[in-house]
Write a protein that binds this ligand. Structure first.
Ligand code: COI
Length: 383
């Protein structure tokens, strides 16, 4: 229960400060899992209500071999159903399940004083998970349950939050169908789980510009599909193209729309922006790209800086003629793009570093996220 989790919290949060950091090499964290102390687990069954969430020691979880997430988690098609109760009826009748796995990505930063911790717009992630759950016919925690679980998990793992300037604590909330699903059995159980890991830069390039290749063969999403949802299947689907690109030395893949093969969609792990003559453009949200919270925040930051931002169809030709190109995401933050390869053409931007406009946006956003500047947007949550 929450009472139980608060008991763990008060032990770990009030006494932990910079002198009680985990004993790891904080200068070389990278972006890989480091096992931390606690994870948060909350379940829901047939009634569709989540309850009795609690912090548990971080470790393996046990699920049935017939768990929805294991059997159908990488299937791209899903039953379109309006609400959870309709889903239950459908499931009993059809014996078909859809894509039972959603996740979120968030970060917590330690402020300069070494003690205070900042979360960034956690209710946005909670809302996105609820929207995704609705699309994937899954029940989801309330916004309040989600945010409380995230706060509890971060505070219980406070010693794993990197010192200021060394990185952040990456937070990974998961929502998955853990009940057995084969046959006319009662409805499955769902598990909401939050775990964390200290992280540094996402790309091996660090803060240096990344090199992207425009994908010609594979597509990430289709109109009417689930490309706009943070469902695990979308990430499995890009691994083939990504691994071919990485073997050729590219950092990641940029996808085009699957109908005209002309309009930018997103990179496997992040959203894309171009800048031309000080006007910022990014593909509009229309169901095939992820509605990134960093994307949305950068648009707002840019507008408060007096810059013009357009959310619209952006062509690959415009990309090749842009002055600056950058990617946004929780994991990648704001990453400058150094080159784009499209068919046989390679175009370079900048001179091995950020362009001036994207650097400004990066600085304004990250200063706010790390508590280095005043949060005029009211986006950060103090722990
Ligand atoms: C994030 O940016 O948080 C994501 O979930 C993307 C993932 C591929 C690391």
């Amino acid at each position: 229960s929450l009472t139980r989790c608060n008991a763990v919290l008060s032990n770990s949060s009030s006494s932990t400060d910079m002198t009680e950091l985990a004993d790891i090499d904080w200068d070389n964290i990278g972006f890989g899992l480091k096992q931390t102390d606690y994870m948060y687990v909350m379940k829901c069954d047939l009634d569709g209500e989540f309850s009795n969430g609690e912090l548990q020691r971080f470790g393996n979880i046990e699920v049935s071999p017939s768990a929805g997430v294991l059997n159908y988690g990488q299937v791209m098609d899903s039953i379109v159903c309006k609400d959870f109760s309709r889903f239950l009826t459908l499931k009993r009748n059809l014996l078909v399940l859809s894509d039972f796995g959603l996740f979120e990505g968030m970060k917590a930063y330690r402020k300069q004083d070494g003690k205070n911790i900042l979360l960034f717009r956690p209710e946005e992630n909670a809302t996105r998970m609820r929207n995704g759950a609705e699309r994937m016919c899954m029940p989801a925690p309330t916004i309040e349950q989600f945010v409380e679980a995230v706060k509890a998990t971060v505070l219980a793992n406070k010693r794993w939050i990197p010192p200021p300037g060394k990185g952040s604590l990456y937070i990974r909330p998961l929502l998955m169908g853990t009940g057995a699903v084969l046959g006319l059995a009662p409805a499955p159980e769902y598990t909401f789980l939050v775990y964390v890991s200290p992280v540094g830069n996402y790309f091996k390039e660090g803060v240096a510009p990344i090199n992207l290749i425009v994908e010609n063969e594979f597509h990430r999403a289709t109109p009417g599909g689930t490309g706009g949802v943070k469902t695990i299947g979308n990430y499995a689907a890009v691994l083939k193209a990504q691994s071919i690109a990485k073997a050729k030395g590219y950092s990641d893949v940029l996808y085009l729309d699957c109908v005209y093969k002309r309009f930018l969609e997103e990179v496997s792990s992040c959203n894309i922006f171009i800048i031309k003559d000080n006007v910022i453009s990014t593909p509009e949200i229309k169901g095939t790209i992820l509605p990134g919270i960093t994307r949305k925040s950068i648009i707002d930051v840019a507008r408060t800086q007096g810059l013009q931002v357009e959310e619209r169809n952006v062509t690959v030709d415009e990309l090749l003629e842009a002055d600056e190109v950058f990617c946004t995401g929780t994991a990648v933050v704001v990453s400058p793009v150094g080159s784009i390869t499209y068919k046989d053409k390679r175009v370079s931007y900048g001179e091995g570093s950020f362009g001036p406009v994207s650097e400004k946006l990066y600085t304004v956003l990250t200063s706010l996220q790390m508590g280095l500047s005043e949060d005029n947007m009211n986006w950060t949550v103090n722990l």
